[in-house]
Design a binder for this molecule. Structure first.
Ligand code: CA2
Length: 144
């Protein structure tokens, strides 16, 4: 059975497309999910968003048991959460850290990502289209 790719989104991303369009674009998270599903084709995809750190950790645990890969935009938790880092350390497959904006062009508090310490790859600055790009890249990272 083909294992699913997990796409996990952190706090405030449920408001995507409704705020700061100059940085994040006008695409909504529902539209991002549709782009991911199209890029995934036959591959099952579990797409999640939460403003709660513990929920994100529970989905990482689910991915540890059942997932082929994790694409994660932890949003502000990128820079604060050792708990998410610890959960990701247990995942045996590829992890793609994704940011809509180029975090390195922004304020200094967006520069030190804990998640990058365990990510297989990092995509930042491609806008919402970074998500389907990540799904394609994840497919290329799979063994079979
Ligand atoms: O660029 C990204 O994807 C970020 O992960 C987004 C986070 C920010 O803390 C990271 O540094 C970079 C912020 C997400 C804010 O959520 C939004 C809600 C509505 C409209 C735009 C963004």
């Amino acid at each position: 059975m083909t294992k699913p790719i997990f796409v996990i989104n952190g706090p405030n991303l449920n408001r995507l497309g409704k705020r700061e369009p100059e940085i994040y674009g006008t695409t909504t998270l529902a539209e991002v999910e549709a782009m991911c599903r199209q890029a995934a084709g036959e591959r099952p995809l579990r797409f999640h968003q939460s403003n709660i750190e513990g929920e994100i950790i529970n989905w990482i645990h689910e991915a540890i048991d059942e997932g082929a890969g994790i694409i994660i935009n932890p949003a502000a938790f990128t820079f604060t959460s050792i708990a998410i880092l610890d959960a990701l350390k247990m995942f045996p497959g590829p992890i793609i850290e994704l940011h809509i904006s180029n975090i390195h062009k922004r304020e200094a508090y967006y520069h030190n990502s804990f998640v990058s310490k365990v990510a297989t790859a990092v995509i930042a600055g491609l806008g919402p289209k970074g998500y389907p790009t990540a799904v394609q890249a994840m497919e290329n990272l799979q063994d079979s």
